[in-house]
Write a protein that binds this ligand. Structure first.
Ligand SMILES: *Cc1c(COP(=O)(O)O)cnc(C)c1O
Length: 352
């Protein structure tokens, strides 16, 4: 098919959005001179659509456009736990395309509101493992295109550079005391971000190791141990954005050096600690990564190692004010934040 004006325009619009955007901040949590272990947060909450899924949505749209999969009027559907759908709704509106998000009924209301604000439609299913089939069915019904982040995340992003998240982190670390991080820590939803970082580390031949943190109701840790792709889980992750009930095709096990499974209560305690101590309000998956990073820091300290650790904050806490940041909700859902807060406080203070 010949490249038409609509497609050229669409690619231009996405490129212009990129050109107008600033890079996300790298925030030091503990990097006082003379301290042996320095912790940094790569704050992905400041993208125009509030999460690291802004990068993914941009890549997926460009990938689909350059593969000739979408053209003027194509309805876009997506299976999502919310954040990707928010970012894709933003790009769909930019290109004037109808957008339908298929999400679990439990998706945060703030995300649903955002999708609708961008002109997208929300379609709900009861279980998080039903989203894939439903998004595919809706697309075929209207001759649309199922974006399928869980399949294409790992390949739509240019892992060798092109200002991807890995390159951005390493450039921002250049003037620090320990410029090459010992560890980079992130959770996995699609697995796309960890795939990009893991490949980039290998391509650049760096000694950095990649740790993926996993919440309670997720199959990734078991898959990491066994290599069995057919594993599934009946329950859904309570940490939005990370943890999946099936082994997602974009989760690349071979580039991950370590996995740590984190109790959901510890993830909640993690974001509460970051808020109380630093005033930063992040989504719960940042708590998961923070808790994992503290564990790695403790190990480094015990082994008399020095170096830096970078963890990724996937989204902003504003989306979770009536859930993770509500005392009532925390109690109603049986999260034991107190005990984990104690552990976190001790582990963090030991770093200083
Ligand atoms: C998607 C997501 C992640 C994980 O990113 P993937 O590249 O999909 O593995 C982490 N945190 C949040 C908030 C997310 O939405």
């Amino acid at each position: 098919m010949l490249l038409n004006n609509w497609t050229i325009n669409a690619i231009d619009k996405i490129e212009r959005d990129f050109q107008r955007s600033a890079d996300t901040h790298l925030i030091p949590l503990s990097s006082s001179p003379g301290s042996n272990i320095n912790l940094y947060i790569k704050d992905e909450s400041t993208h125009p659509t509030g999460s690291l899924k802004h990068r993914l949505a941009r890549s997926l749209f460009l990938y689909a456009l350059c593969n000739g999969q979408i053209s003027e009027g194509t309805t876009i559907t997506e299976a999502s736990s919310g954040s990707t759908a928010v970012s894709e709704a933003y790009f769909a509106r930019m290109l004037g395309l109808p957008f339908v998000a298929v999400m679990p009924r439990t998706t945060a209301k703030a995300k649903i509101d955002k999708i609708e604000l961008y002109g997208g439609k929300c379609h709900f299913v009861d279980r998080s493992d039903e989203v894939y089939q439903e998004a595919k069915r809706l697309a075929s019904e209207c001759n649309g295109y199922y974006m399928d982040q869980f399949t294409y995340a790992e390949r739509a992003t240019d892992w060798r550079g092109n200002n991807n998240i890995a390159e951005s982190i390493f450039i921002q670390m250049q003037a620090e005391e320990y410029p090459i991080p010992r560890w980079i820590v992130i959770g996995a939803g699609t697995g796309g971000t960890s795939a990009t970082i893991g490949r980039y580390i290998r391509y650049q031949k760096l000694f950095t190791r990649l740790c993926v943190v996993d919440p309670e109701n997720s199959i990734f840790t078991k898959y990491y141990k066994t290599g069995d792709k057919s594993l599934t889980l009946d329950s859904s992750s309570r940490i939005e954005g990370i943890g999946r009930p099936r082994v997602e095709p974009s989760f690349i096990r071979e580039v991950i050096d370590r996995m740590i499974q984190v109790p959901d209560s510890a993830s909640m305690a993690g974001i509460h600690y970051l808020y109380r101590q630093f005033g930063y309000k992040f989504g719960p998956s940042t708590g998961t990564a923070f808790y994992g990073a503290l564990q790695l820091a403790s190990e480094m300290r015990q082994n008399n190692e020095s170096g830096s650790i970078v963890l990724i904050a996937g989204d902003h806490g504003e989306r979770y004010l009536d859930t993770c940041y509500s005392e009532t909700w925390i109690q109603e859902n049986g999260f034991n934040v107190k005990d984990h807060l104690k552990y976190i406080t001790n582990a963090f203070e030991a770093l200083l």
